[in-house]
Design a protein around this ligand. Structure first.
Ligand code: NAD
Length: 351
């Protein structure tokens, strides 16, 4: 075995029903006294529950998916004008993403309270969009210092979004098994993450407010994000990044749709990943296990359902080809990638 693994420095609290106290304790640890709360309008009620006891000097609700640079700039200016010394973000990946954009230029610490399964809170990856092009990068300054997971905050997530977001988390597990910095430690995190998501998401789909399912899925999503943070982006993330950037597609749904096709594409040449995922899904094969899960969750099926045309899906091929990691188990060609995208566009059965 010959590898280098980096674990990111971060405190993590799981505190169902107790986020307010958890965040307060983290703010005290940071000796902070001027809080900027970032939460989108739709997340305001959740943020109230978490932050009412904090010394808040600024509430910021100007959150837009994929963090347009002008949105980031406004938030940075507001943080500086109010002399804040900590950011508390309460929301999904878009909200966490805006907090990261502020931390990037101000070095302010972030205490993140996630309300979806996106997992951005556990990575040092930032993303910004300018003129329709999304740029991402890695910067230790954007990694939240602390994360407080409170399953009760996800009870209000609409079931279709919870399912898509949970499959976005599962995509982190799957892709990290063959991403450029895949290693045995990531693989353990990914496999346990996949197991927990496979067990938790059907419970969430049946009862969106049920805590046992949400708690399992949140735990799985955290492990998934840790594996992804260490392993980097594999073929799946490269495809979704290109599609999302070109066509402004909804993030979680795009991941949920594309994942089975990438797994079917790579599994025949990735026996280690196949074995781990099959075991995590308690299924004879990884692809069969994922297909059954997607059916049980009534997951989104096709890129055409997101409003994409077949020609648009195919037009993404060249952009993906230039960013495919060398580590990908199945050699990627124009022909097989076109076939993959056509299948995902049409929502063809995967076997
Ligand atoms: P999102 O944050 O855009 O949230 C989707 C919608 O759900 C929003 O309208 C939001 O207000 C609402 N919402 C969130 N939590 C809710 C709750 N508990 N109850 C009711 N409504 C709720 O979507 P997302 O999928 O969480 O995040 C997507 C973004 O995160 C993308 O920009 C993506 O690139 C980024 N992301 C980044 C990383 C990273 O490592 N940097 C990882 C994953 C995702």
């Amino acid at each position: 075995m010959h590898f280098v693994h980096e674990s990111l420095p971060q405190r993590v609290r799981f505190a169902p029903g107790d986020a307010a106290r958890g965040v307060e304790a983290e703010i005290d640890r940071l000796r902070a006294s001027r809080v900027m709360v970032i939460a989108a309008e739709a997340e305001a009620a959740l943020a109230d529950r978490v932050t009412s006891g904090l010394p808040t000097v600024l509430r910021h609700a100007d959150v837009v998916m994929h963090v347009p640079v002008e949105v980031a700039q406004r938030a940075r200016e507001a943080a500086l004008a109010n002399d804040v010394d900590v950011i508390v973000s309460v929301g999904g990946g878009s909200t966490t993403g805006l907090a990261k954009a502020v931390a990037m230029t101000t070095a302010l610490p972030i205490v993140a309270v996630p309300t979806t399964y996106a997992g951005s809170e556990a990575t040092a990856v930032w993303g910004l969009t300018e003129d329709g092009r999304k740029t991402t990068g890695v910067d230790p300054a954007v990694l939240p210092r602390a994360v407080v997971y409170d399953a009760t905050l996800l009870r209000s997530l609409p079931t279709d979004l919870a399912v898509a977001s949970g499959l976005n988390a599962l995509a982190h597990c799957v892709d990290s098994l063959w991403a450029p910095l895949a290693d045995p430690i990531n693989a353990v995190l990914a496999a346990e993450g996949a197991r927990a998501l496979h067990e938790g998401l059907p419970l969430v789909a049946r009862d969106g407010a049920g805590l046992p399912g949400i708690e399992l899925a949140l735990y799985g999503a955290h492990l998934a994000a840790k594996a992804f943070a260490s392993a980097g982006s594999g073929l799946h993330h490269k495809i979704c990044h290109v599609l999302g950037g070109r066509y402004n597609l909804p993030h979680a749904q795009t991941h949920a749709i594309v994942l089975p096709y990438v797994l079917a594409f790579n599994a025949p040449n990735a026996p280690g990943a196949e074995a781990r995922l099959a075991a995590a899904f308690a299924s004879p094969t990884a692809v069969g296990g994922l297909s059954a899960l997607c059916r049980a969750l009534d997951a989104p099926r096709s890129l055409s359902d997101l409003g994409l045309t077949e020609a648009e899906a195919e037009a993404a091929v060249d952009d993906v080809l230039v960013v495919v990691p060398e580590s990908n188990p199945t050699p990627v060609t124009t022909e097989n990638l076109t076939a993959l995208l056509r299948a995902a566009w049409a929502g063809k059965d995967v076997s």
